[in-house]
Design a protein around this ligand. Sequence first.
Ligand code: ADP
Ligand code: ZN
Length: 623
Amino acid sequence: MIVLGLLVLNYVLMAVLSPGREPSVTIPYSNTAANNGFIQQVEAGNVTKVNTQGDTVDGEFKNEVKYPDSKAKPAKNFETQLPSYVTFSSNNELQKLLDSNKVETSATPINDGRGFFTSLLLGFGPVILLVFLFIWLSRRAAGGQMGAIGQFGRSKARRVEGNETKITFNDVAGIDESKGELAEVVDFLKNPEKYQKLGGRIPRGVLLAGRPGTGKTLLARAVAGEAGVPFFSISASEFVEAIVGIGASRVRDLFKQAKEAAPAIIFIDELDAIGRQRSSGGGPFSGGNDEREQTLNQILTEMDGFEQGDTVIVVGATNRAEILDSALLRPGRFDRRVTVPAPDKEGRKKILQVHTRSLPLDDNVDLDDIAAITPGMVGADIANLCNEAALLAARRGHGKVERVDFTDSLEKIILGAPRGIILSDEEKRRTAYHESGHAIVGMLTPGADPVRKVSIIPRTMSLGVTISSPDAERTNYDVDYLTGRIKVALGGRIAEEVVYGSISAGAESDIQQLTGIARQMVGRWGMSAAIGPIAVIPSEGQGPLLPGVSEVSQATQELIDHEVKRIVDEQYAAVMTLLSENRDKLDSLTERLLEEETLDMDDAYAAAGLVAPRAPVDVPLNA
Ligand code: ADP
Ligand code: ZN
């Protein structure tokens, strides 16, 4: 009772203190995968104002931003926490950044109205509590759904889209197979009688499985658009922390509306948030979660309750299909799975075409070329890149979007924006040696990816960077290539060791990277004789093959660790020798880097006294 009262009090207080405020998302300070962190949004000119209170920043976006893992619809308001090194540093770089991006800034003392309410609460807490509780109870009695809880439930309302925002298959590119598999669903929604006449069992649920940003939501909306039917959507993750009962009642509502509007599509995003295996023991938090269970059960009940005439198709999306409860995947439920893969180079080119349709492109922009330098990016990343490039072009006063606008935006997305910190000469030299170490090892290791760029301009994410990338997309990795990557990752740290006899903390991400590669070599790719070709660690994005059960024995686990260490140690010794023997190259690249700060491929190789490898010339097949 008390807890419930406090909860209500909390909502009422929040409503009083922030009148009319839309719910906001909490976002990272910088660099999310999709680069929608606070700093990125400020730099992109998409933040209009911020208000700080202590190290909490509340702000408003110019254009709504959709966060892949946010529980809400695209967000207009956001909240982020300043890291302590930002708040306490005496420099005001952040202010400068905000000023240069025309962000209106203001601050609220930490002791504001909330303090007043808090003290009031402490003094008259019990009385207020009773009063509010009373009000709440009477409102609930009177208004039913419209009581306080109803209000809360409504704040994240599902949205319904008619035909006005018509998205079609033309807007979805690079994932033709997934599109092809959904063509039947479109046909079914358009001509349900055709299927029903023959007594065929119509599809009820379709599961779209793929990484965030691959276009699952887009695809579902395109199906609705193609078929000309309304699109109802809901994100399952909304219910995880909700008050028990809300999820189930909202699901009931949603299905009711969709049935009334049938034929229709119901889209349930992040299905794994409520649909994970119920039996997955193991973690300490895996006990029953009532709300999750109830919501899930309600979805199942609704799907089972469809009648022959209900032309409603439920499309679920997840990036973790393998953890879904098998009850969801039974016939009549989500029994069709459509994989939505990350696009290959050709696919990325097509997505680029879609997102540059309305951009004036300079002649020097070759989308083939941009597709080639964006391996690993998915649709959402590419949409973001095109947007950033357009913004950058505008800021630079270019009449059209030029190639450099794309390449600079890409660099910013991958590496973070340049950061205006001043390094001491000593720090700079050390960073230059570190990066030169990576680069020299990359240049001298046969089979390693060519070094494209070396830079010691400090960026949001690191003090310096060495970029190497293959000429074409690699689809298969051999042992030499992988040990080469480990060597390159070790190069920075070992260069410091060779030159200074000590290492700095700057090598953390290098170490993570190389440990990851070594572990996969041993555990997934069967590249260690001692373990043999046995998959002892699950593939990416998958939990253990059986939930909660570790599949390897203690002894094997130790052997894995031992093998990983052996592989890394061997490469360590090899790199130590390589860099000691090529100290002259290391020194001359470092000197050049200190002068220029950034070296492109040709200059970097030349500075080391080497010749840059040339990409093999593409011979058109039908020339
Ligand atoms: P998901 O639901 O898989 O996380 P979304 O459908 O929300 O991804 O994708 C976010 C945005 O990225 C889309 O609105 C669209 O602008 C862009 N996008 C993603 N995939 C594609 C694609 N295959 N073709 C064109 N645009 C895409
Ligand atoms: Zn490094």
